[in-house]
Write a protein that binds this ligand. Structure first.
Ligand code: UD1
Ligand code: UDP
Length: 406
């Protein structure tokens, strides 16, 4: 029988006894990553790195990095609970072959202040218990910033995967999260050369590295058997006719009725089949604005639940055009060679635009419809996101940072 009772660390009695009040320690009690109990992990001889994740795009980035970290470190995974629906969270752990999180903080939805406050408070508790040597955060969600701030405040070095991305619009929650995370991070892993230049220009104090983008690996690893593991093409009857894949969830578009109405009108006018796996935020906004029934009545539109990663990339790689406001989807469209029409005025993934594969159209109905019908990029695509070795490089660099990694 495995011992499920964590041993007390010196001076930690009070904190340890408080932990169960705030935290769910894994789904089935303390987990045994790599076959070890929580107590054994705490006393493990390997250096300990802890990742904080919480939302769909965090999980997609965590997957390859976890595989590289676990070869060299004791890797602890903390899930803040920002995303909690099966379709936004658990399915990604299954499809991406990730172990269950070691800690689930169950923070859930709420205002940004509430969400960040709860995440920071609960993450700090875990950090004081686990005492990792480095905390790794991913991308630009509230979970990213909360993990970074919690670690910085207890003086644990922060490593930021996907550092340096900027769209230069500080009204966006994601831009605030990126900038602040980068300025407290000790290790900055830039996915593109532009991102590296942004970090240099801002005089970030951490050590900066161009590593390439870890999502190249996520996509590459999962493209292999995807045709076999996903039945989505048959299920949606997408075999023969061209279709557009649409994903819309950014608050700039969903929380503004006029923008959302324009997007719905454009989708209606596109005429072609549109597959639209909708985020719960989008369904909520469409319903509140009375636009859900408009979309449901469009014969060309198939509104679905959010898709698991393997189903999504199968539908993505077979699409004729992608219509999106997602950061990750713009990048995947480029990597897959699918024309991308982006429902934003600016993007942090500037290489996708300058290479000619991504067109920024905002929410102008005519521009959206025209781009979907006529935008057919032909230019060659360069390896602007690196060659698929980012995770190993990140793990090596963290080993170097800890010098005596086992
Ligand atoms: C978050 C990220 C965004 C990212 C997106 C990926 C921030 C500030 N935003 O936005 O950058 O692109 O994730 O999908 O971190 N909800 C559910 N079920 C869930 C989670 C959320 O129904 O499992 C609903 C709730 O009504 C919630 C709303 O979606 O209020 C928004 O969720 P939240 O996590 O705050 O932001 P996202 O829009 O998901
Ligand atoms: N994604 C998914 N199912 C969906 C929509 C998106 O698996 O229904 C994946 C997509 O392949 C990408 C990631 O989610 O890897 C992007 O996350 P999202 O668009 O939610 O966030 P963003 O990248 O905009 O922060």
């Amino acid at each position: 029988m495995l011992d499920a009772t964590p041993k007390m660390l010196p001076g930690s009695d009070e904190r340890m006894s408080r932990i169960p009040l705030l935290l769910d320690i894994g789904k089935n009690g303390p987990r045994q990553p790599n076959g070890r109990t929580a107590a054994e992990r705490i006393h493990a001889s390997k250096h300990k790195v802890l990742s904080v994740v919480g939302a769909r795009p965090n999980f997609v980035k965590l997957a390859p990095v976890h595989r590289a970290l676990v070869k060299r470190f004791d890797h602890v995974i903390v899930h803040t609970g920002q995303h909690y629906d099966y379709a936004l969270s658990e399915v990604f752990f299954q499809h991406l072959n990730l172990p269950d999180p070691d800690y689930e903080l169950n923070v859930g939805s709420g205002s940004h202040g509430y969400q960040l406050g709860e995440m920071i408070k609960k993450t700090e508790e875990v950090l004081l218990l686990e005492k990792p040597e480095i905390v790794v955060v991913y991308g630009d969600t509230n979970s990213t910033l909360a993990g970074a701030l919690a670690a910085a405040k207890v003086r644990i070095p922060v490593a930021h995967v996907e550092a340096g991305l900027r769209c230069f619009d500080m009204t966006m929650a994601e831009e605030i999260n990126r900038v602040l995370t980068d300025h407290v991070a000790r290790y900055l892993f830039a996915p593109t050369k532009t991102a590296l230049r942004n970090l240099v220009r801002e005089h970030c104090s951490g050590e900066m590295f161009f590593t390439g983008d870890v999502m190249v690996e996520t996509l590459r690893e999962n493209m292999k058997g995807v045709g076999r593991s996903s039945q989505m093409i048959d299920k949606l009857d997408l075999g023969s006719r061209p279709y557009v894949l649409a994903t819309i969830h950014r608050s700039e578009n969903t929380e503004n009725r006029n923008r959302l109405a324009n997007i719905v009108e454009a989708i209606r006018r596109i005429g072609k089949r549109v597959i639209f796996p909708a985020h719960p935020r989008t369904i909520k906004a469409l319903t509140e604005c009375g636009l859900h029934k408009v979309l449901m009545s469009c014969s060309n539109v198939t509104l679905t639940s959010p898709m698991g990663f393997l189903d999504f990339i199968e539908v993505e790689r077979n699409a004729n055009v992608i219509l999106t406001d997602s950061g990750g989807v713009q990048k995947e469209a480029y990597l897959l060679g699918i024309p991308c029409v982006t429902l934003r005025e600016r993007t942090e993934w500037v290489e996708t635009v300058s290479s000619g594969w991504n067109r920024l159209v905002g929410v102008d109905v005519e521009r959206i419809v025209k781009a979907v019908h006529s935008f057919r990029p032909r230019k060659p695509r360069r390896a602007v996101f690196g060659t698929g070795k980012a995770s190993e490089r990140i793990a090596d660099l963290l080993c170097g940072g800890l010098k005596h990694c086992v």
